[in-house]
Every structure is written in C-alpha cells, then in structure tokens.
Design a protein around this ligand. Structure first.
Ligand SMILES: [Zn+2]
Ligand SMILES: [Zn+2]
Length: 223
C-alpha cells in the first residue's frame, strides 16, 4: 500500500493505492483535470477508483467531487455531520484563528458544485472493503464532520485537523500548526489524541506537510 500526495492549487488530495486505488479529497472547484493528470502518472484512470472519501466538507476538499461523479459511478463517502455542507455546496461559517487566517479566508473558495454522498457514517468506516488496509475515524473540531484515515502501514491522512507551515505550506511545511479555521477549537486536542493513539509515524495534512509523529507530539505538549 502506498500514499501519493497530489498537490493542488490550495490543498492536497491523496491517491492511496492498495488492492484498489482510492482518492482522499478532491481539491477546489475546477481541479478534476489536475487530479486525473496526477492519477495518469501512476497509470490509473478516475473510473478505476474504488472510493472517494472526503476528510470534510469544505470547498477546497470537496470542490471537485461533483464534476468527478457526474459521469463516473464511484461511491463518495462523507461523515454524517458534513453531509449537509456537501449537499448544499457551501462552507458552513467558521471562526478564524489569528490575523493570517482573516487574509486566507478572503481567497479560499466558499462555494462548490453540490453533490449527494452515497456513503454516510458516524464513528468509523472500514476501508478493507474498498481494497485499502485501514480505517476512517471521526476527528471533529475543524468541522463537525472532519475525519482522519488511519492506514495499517503506519501512515495517517488527517485532513485539516492540523496544517503544515505557513501560507499553505510554502514556508516550513513540516511544522505542525493549528489550522486557520475551526468550528470548535476545543475538539482539536481530543481528536489529535485519538489519532496519535494509533501511533502513526507519518501524518499527511490538507495543506503543507507531511508531519512526523515526533513533531506532532511536541506540538500537542504546547496545546
Ligand atoms: Zn477545511
Ligand atoms: Zn482545507
């Protein structure tokens, strides 16, 4: 099993190749072609995906799910608590954290093509049935329906639970940082503890990264 980050304009999506390929997140609106091109480098076509999972329902992660699904019957999975956002194609309001966040907020997309997820879940989603050894766990805070992927190979994909570095990872991309936005900041630490209980050695994030387990542990000590 292998994880291939796909660096898009504002965010990272991830191709995970196990017995079948799955896609984690879909970037911002208008990025279907960029995702298809990244898959083509691994000789994979979009139609071969066994699953598309959204780490959460924000426009820079769910933004191209609709266009991909328009013609391809790939199951789309999303946590119950973020389904409404994805169906509406619009971010819920969130708190900004710090001055940089206010600037960032003005240039991230807030609307995207709406889509109805096929698979909705509450606590966990096992990925073995889609050909990937691992599971999805609920890690709220950034949004109520944020989830993290825990893979059996010791890697984790945690979406926007944390971010790496400044300005979308342009600077110090491996430094764990509190994300610019949160629906409920008090839930971030318990969610991180839940992730770290699985002892991942490498953590992929939606912006910048990846992060080492040691750097995340140091970050948590200061929370
Ligand atoms: Zn987000
Ligand atoms: Zn994001």
């Amino acid at each position: 099993m292998k994880v291939f980050p796909i660096q898009l304009r504002l965010s990272n999506a991830f191709l995970v190749i196990g017995d079948h390929p799955i896609l984690i997140d879909t970037g911002s609106p208008g990025e279907m072609d960029a995702i298809a091109a990244a898959l083509a480098e691994k000789r994979i076509h979009l139609r071969e995906l066994a699953l598309i999972l959204l780490t959460h329902g924000h426009a820079d992660h769910a933004g191209s799910a609709g266009p991909i699904r328009m013609n391809l019957p790939i199951p789309l999975a999303c946590h119950n608590a973020d389904v409404e956002m994805v169906r509406k194609g619009e971010n819920r309001p969130f708190e900004t954290i710090g001055l940089e966040a206010k600037i960032v907020k003005s240039f991230v997309p807030h609307k995207f093509p709406r889509i109805a997820p096929d698979i909705k879940f509450e606590n966990e989603l096992h990925l073995d049935q889609y050909g990937v050894a691992g599971k999805v766990i609920h890690t709220p805070g950034h949004t109520a329906g944020s989830v993290s992927v825990i893979l059996d190979n010791g890697e984790a994909i945690i979406g926007d639970v944390l971010r790496g570095g400044y300005f979308g990872g342009t600077l110090l991309r491996h430094k764990p940082m509190t994300h610019y936005f949160a629906e409920d900041l008090t839930k971030i630490k318990p969610s991180l503890e839940k992730i770290m209980a699985h002892e991942p050695r490498k953590l992929y994030v939606g912006h910048g990264g990846p992060l080492s387990a040691e750097s995340v542990q140091r970050y948590m000590q200061n929370l």
